[in-house]
Design a protein around this ligand. Structure first.
Ligand code: CS2
Length: 495
């Protein structure tokens, strides 16, 4: 029998003293932010910073109303509603210390698939000043060949013709901005929180692409009124597991159906361009800068690429988590060599950041034994990640005559992974990728043409046409296919 206390507003005073609870008056909050995509990352990052700000007092206009657009979001909608939109952030330190905090910044949740008008109205409310997004790379609906909004997507077609009951986020944003303009209300800021280079510029391009097709006059208004600040976001947030739920219940007597775990490190660097005001997030550690480019390039090419290097090599080797990889001396040395010899030479200096210390910290963060970040999460949708995390580094090194072999081994191993679908011991791999079939087909062709995988243009662009890279890559393919023990290839490269 479960004797734990269900998480909700009324029960907060009864919770264990070890759990930090929101002390501010949640009934006074108004939703200055509407957020689309309430998953683990939003809850450990933007909602966390906002909760910290609400604690300082004086920010009650910045509550968050969550939004889910898809039928799959019904489950979280029900859980959040039952918990008065409260959830626990389980912050796990490397030394085993755990901080548990109930977050109070989320104050509502709307489901677009069931009631699109409610979402449009919330975005168009005079209270709303920011609409923020974590919709993953795929959510931006960009045609990877042209870089433009993809109108071949049937949902995009639907949205062009049905302005009042859209399906995609761009249909919602356009409908809400139309309503604001017609009511004479100022535009909101669209704040992307996705881990994408120049995420604000991308959002702007996609939204304007869509709006021009549906309503060119409105598109002009959006172009002149809406700000889309670019931002670098960072906090390692593994997938919530049953064990996290059980930990709260068994150790702290708290029944929370959807907690989120994360590492202590947290960073958010934002360009200070907002259409209609913003929270004073700088009071709680957010950095506002004129240009986020050097921060995001550094993060994508060191942290995220580092994850992919470990994720792909580690999966084929038979590891399951990132910390398992970096506690292996060989993997840690390989990662550091990739960072030093291939990634770092492509980076500009970042004001106030010592790159050596940043890399050291990354290895420490990856090694946090309590985070247990799973390799299937890291390798999820690699076909959208590698073109952002790794390929630009390779391209720049080709231009400047730099080393490319560390990255080439990762790509050749990814080919093996996509071809065989098992690790080097024959254990099936859990591959989730929207291009899974294309990747498999291209990888299967390796027997006839060593460059077959690399010729997948939607992922690698023109890389296969580069003579130097093709040569290095073909050697790596020989190695990987002849000696399927990935550690022997890693050792050979390290020399
Ligand atoms: C990871 C990121 O998805 C990935 O491959 O590298 O989710 C990473 O954990 C976050 O960007 C950390 O901020």
């Amino acid at each position: 029998m479960n004797h734990s206390t269900p998480l909700n507003q009324k029960n907060l005073p009864q919770l264990s003293g070890e759990i930090i609870c929101p002390q501010y008056d949640r009934s006074r909050l108004t939703a200055g932010i509407v957020h689309v995509g309430v998953g683990g990352f939003h809850r450990s990052h933007e909602a966390y910073y906002t909760d910290a700000l609400l604690k300082t007092g004086d920010a009650s206009g910045w509550g968050i109303c969550g939004v889910g657009l898809r039928p799959e979001d019904r489950k979280i909608a029900a859980v959040l509603e039952q918990q008065d939109f409260l959830y626990t952030l389980i912050l796990k330190h490397a030394d085993g210390k755990i901080e548990n905090r109930v977050m109070g910044s989320l104050m509502g949740f709307l489901l677009g698939c069931d009631d699109p008008m409610a979402v449009i109205d919330a975005m168009a409310s005079p209270d709303t000043r920011i609409v923020s997004l974590t919709i993953t790379e795929g959510g931006y609906n960009m045609d990877t060949n042209t870089g433009e909004f993809d109108f071949t997507n049937p949902d995009a077609q639907h949205d062009v013709e049905n302005p009042t009951h859209p399906k995609l986020v761009f249909g919602y944003l356009t409908a809400a901005l139309r309503k604001r303009r017609d009511l004479g209300l100022p535009a909101f800021t669209v704040q992307s929180c996705d881990n994408i280079q120049h995420n604000g510029n991308l959002t702007r391009k996609m939204l304007l692409g869509f709006a021009r097709r549906q309503d060119p006059e409105l598109a002009e208004w959006i172009e002149s009124e809406v700000c889309f600040p670019n931002a670098m976001v960072d906090r390692i947030t593994p997938v919530t597991t049953e064990a996290d739920i059980k930990y709260l219940s068994d150790q702290l007597g708290l029944q929370d159906e959807w907690p989120v775990t994360c590492e202590p490190f947290c960073q958010w660097v934002i360009e200070d361009r907002f259409s209609n005001g913003r929270p004073e997030w700088e009071k709680v550690g957010v950095q506002f800068v004129p240009d986020v480019t050097p921060y995001e390039t550094m993060k994508l090419r060191l942290l995220n690429a580092g994850h992919s290097v470990l994720g792909i090599l580690g999966s084929v080797f038979g590891y399951e988590t990132i910390d398992e990889c970096v506690t292996d001396k060989l993997f840690a040395t390989y990662l550091r060599a990739f960072m030093d010899l291939e990634a770092t030479p492509t980076l500009d200096a970042v004001a106030g950041i010592d790159l050596d210390a940043y890399k050291e910290t990354l290895i420490e963060r990856f090694g946090n034994p309590n985070i247990k970040d799973s390799l299937p999460r890291i390798c999820l949708e690699s076909s959208s990640k590698l073109p952002v995390f790794l390929i630009p580094t390779v391209m720049e090194n080709l231009q400047r005559g730099g080393s490319v072999q560390y990255a080439a081994l990762v790509i050749a191993t990814w080919c093996f992974y996509s071809d065989r679908g098992v690790d080097q011991h024959g254990k099936p791999l859990e591959i989730v990728d929207k291009l899974k079939d294309d990747l498999h087909k291209a990888a299967k062709g390796t027997g006839d043409d060593k460059l077959s995988f690399l010729k997948l243009k939607s992922v690698f662009g023109d890389l296969a046409e580069n003579e130097r890279f093709s040569k290095v890559y073909a050697e790596m393919i020989d190695r990987v296919y002849e000696h399927p023990d990935v550690s022997s290839s890693m050792r050979t490269i390290l020399g």
